[in-house]
Design a protein. Structure first.
Length: 314
């Protein structure tokens, strides 16, 4: 299968790298020519344009920063969609929008999959990230060999759009967890607790989480660079709030999370790293929430292995 990959940002470059590493036939495109050149050096072919890639490839993957960017790229590809072609949307996007765009692809005889990822850039880099896939079963079976080159755990979640709904939920949970960890670490520091001991106490407790085991380390090392910026966080948690509004669910924490992230952006910049939210509390208290011995970047130490489909209990 010939694969086109459009969007070589923090996550996309790593997902694409897994395809190349697994000897897939890959063409690449990005507005940044240097990112394209780097992937060509690794073994990909230059795709030249979204339109050309849809013509030449069996499946084209998009991994872009916004729903508007995905819509613009698909608009270029759509005239060249035909039976047998597959569009795979790996961006974190609006469920209604991915359904709309997917319907356009299917009306031309193609197939569409929304397949966002979850687990952090460090796991995307090793092919150990998790992937949700929303599409019909026949399409899922067709693209599963591609997905298992990029991710470890692959979950078929039903129709197109479902994966995007689930993804914004997970990003909302991760953001809320980050903010509570910032508060917990700061209170422990104020109470005189050793920060290394505090980290281990959380890690071995009922209060631990994936976010703690990854992002708390970057907070404590002082790196505060998780490869995920506040503007992307705001996009994702805004999409979650939109889902709640559409379905009439009166959320209380979500609006506060959005407000807090907006304050972080006002202080540190729209595209500041999300882990810098700890600095709001450092400034308010005069405390330094750091500890020796923690890494400046996250490294996935799980051995790479071919991915597999996760089955759901029913």
């Amino acid at each position: 299968m010939k694969i086109g990959f459009i969007g070589l940002g923090n996550v996309g470059s790593k997902l694409c790298g897994s395809l190349i590493r697994n000897k897939m036939d890959v063409q690449v495109f990005d507005l940044n020519a240097e990112l394209v050149a780097a992937k060509v050096t690794q073994g990909a072919a230059e795709g030249q344009s979204p339109a050309r890639m849809m013509q030449a490839c069996d499946a084209v993957i998009t991994c872009l920063p916004s729903p508007a960017a995905s819509a613009a790229v698909l608009d270029e590809m759509l005239p060249h969609v035909a039976p047998g072609k597959v569009w795979m949307e790996m961006s974190t996007t609006d469920a209604a929008e991915v359904k709309r765009l997917g319907a356009l692809v299917m009306a031309k005889g193609g197939a569409a999959v929304d397949c966002p990822v979850s687990g952090g850039c460090h796991r995307a880099d090793t092919g150990n990230i998790s992937i949700y896939a929303g599409c019909d079963r026949a399409t899922f079976d067709r693209v599963l060999p591609v997905l298992t080159c990029m991710g470890r755990r692959i979950l078929h979640v039903g129709e197109i759009g479902n994966a995007s709904v689930l993804k914004v939920m997970t990003n909302y949970l991760a953001t809320a967890n980050l903010l509570t960890l910032c508060e917990a670490l700061t209170v422990m520091k104020a109470a005189g607790m050793d920060m290394g001991t505090t980290y281990e106490a959380i890690a071995m407790s009922s209060g631990t989480s994936f976010v703690h085991e990854t992002e708390s380390q970057l907070i404590l090392s002082g790196s505060r660079d998780v490869n995920f910026t506040m503007d992307l966080v705001q996009k994702d948690i805004g999409l979650f709030q939109k889902l709640a509004d559409v379905h009439g669910v009166p959320l209380e924490l979500s609006p506060k999370v959005i407000e807090m992230m907006a304050d972080g952006q006002a202080r540190y910049g729209t595209r500041a790293q999300s882990d810098r939210m700890i600095e709001r509390l450092e400034e308010a208290t005069g405390l330094e929430i750091r500890a020796p011995g923690f890494p400046l970047e996250l490294i996935d130490d799980e051995p790479e292995a071919r991915g597999y489909e996760v089955t759901t209990n029913r």
